[in-house]
Design a protein around this ligand. Structure first.
Ligand SMILES: [Zn+2]
Length: 307
């Protein structure tokens, strides 16, 4: 009886110790799990923090690059197009001044459009250039840019990869060349005024152009050496032309006549700077443009921009 009781007590003791052992084990497991959980949680948090830091660093770097690019001067044309189409205007200026159009045997044509942008013709010119996958250089004037809606067309030119050049603010012969002789004070202030307007109209504050075209052409005026001195000093260039479609000369021509003139005046030249106009009233130029481009394409010319 006694032994039976003892054995019963022993069993309950064992049970009790077994129970507390299980309890401890469970407790240990819970603690371990909690510790592990906390550890995993901490590690996860650290990882997330590291990822976040990395992302912030990357964003900061991208911002820095963007800021740097924003402040870098953009000269003449959007950089990605300039890299493909842009030709150093200094080289072309020299060629025109020396009447040397051989261009090392390389056929290159520069389509140039003066006196715009216009609300009527410039959008159509852009369309035709785009359809033919070529670019042009636009010598804009302040008088045209002042017209409501013109800045948007200038932006369109820029965004479509065209080169933008300065053709003076006033385009006023009497003011720029009184007595047919250049007045440098008027000349410089007039071109600077247009430069500011181009910048403002584009909304690209770091844009500038180094290419100008004298209204009427530099060759038409007397004693223009000071223009050259000024431009050379400022790393700029003056761009006349060696071919034209004749849309501003003599009696008004139709598209066929303009096409013929553009073909004839470029004949035999490897380097062609072709003068045309995209201002008001030049609808016939727009009509002739596609044929002119296709003619020179067929002859193997590359279409470039002046920058
Ligand atoms: Zn002009």
């Amino acid at each position: 009886m006694k032994s039976k009781k003892r054995s019963k007590r022993n069993t309950s003791k064992r049970k009790a110790s077994n129970f507390s052992f299980k309890k401890i084990l469970l407790f240990v497991i819970i603690i371990a799990c909690l510790a592990g959980g906390v550890k995993i949680g901490l590690a996860y948090k650290e990882e997330q923090q590291a990822l976040q830091n990395q992302k912030a660093q990357k964003e900061e770097l991208a911002k820095e690059v963007e800021e740097k690019e924003k402040n870098q001067p953009i000269v003449g044309q959007m950089p990605k197009y300039k890299a493909i189409y842009g030709v150093d205007s200094q080289k072309v200026w020299n060629a025109l001044n020396t009447y040397d159009y051989d261009n090392g045997g390389k056929k290159e044509i520069f389509l140039t459009f003066d006196d715009g942008p216009s609300l009527t013709n410039t959008p159509n010119v852009i369309k035709i250039l785009n359809e033919n996958n070529v670019k042009g250089t636009f010598f804009v004037i302040g008088k045209s840019l002042k017209i409501d809606g013109a800045p948007a067309i200038l932006k369109e030119l820029y965004n479509n990869g065209m080169a933008i050049a300065n053709h003076s603010y006033s385009h006023d012969y009497a003011y720029l060349y009184p007595g047919r002789v250049v007045n440098m004070d008027n000349f410089i202030s007039d071109f600077n005024k247009n430069d500011e307007l181009i910048k403002k109209s584009l909304g690209v504050k770091n844009f500038s152009t180094r290419v100008i075209r004298c209204p009427g052409g530099q060759i038409s005026w007397k004693k223009t050496e000071p223009i050259n001195d000024y431009l050379i000093k400022h790393n700029m260039t003056s761009m006349d032309w060696n071919a034209l479609n004749g849309d501003a000369e003599g009696p008004k021509k139709n598209a066929e006549q303009l096409y013929q003139e553009a073909v004839k005046s470029g004949h035999g030249k490897n380097l062609i700077v072709l003068l045309m106009h995209d201002t008001y009233g030049k609808e016939e130029t727009v009509k002739a443009l596609d044929r002119i481009i296709k003619h020179y394409k067929k002859l193997g010319y590359e279409f470039k921009t002046l920058v």
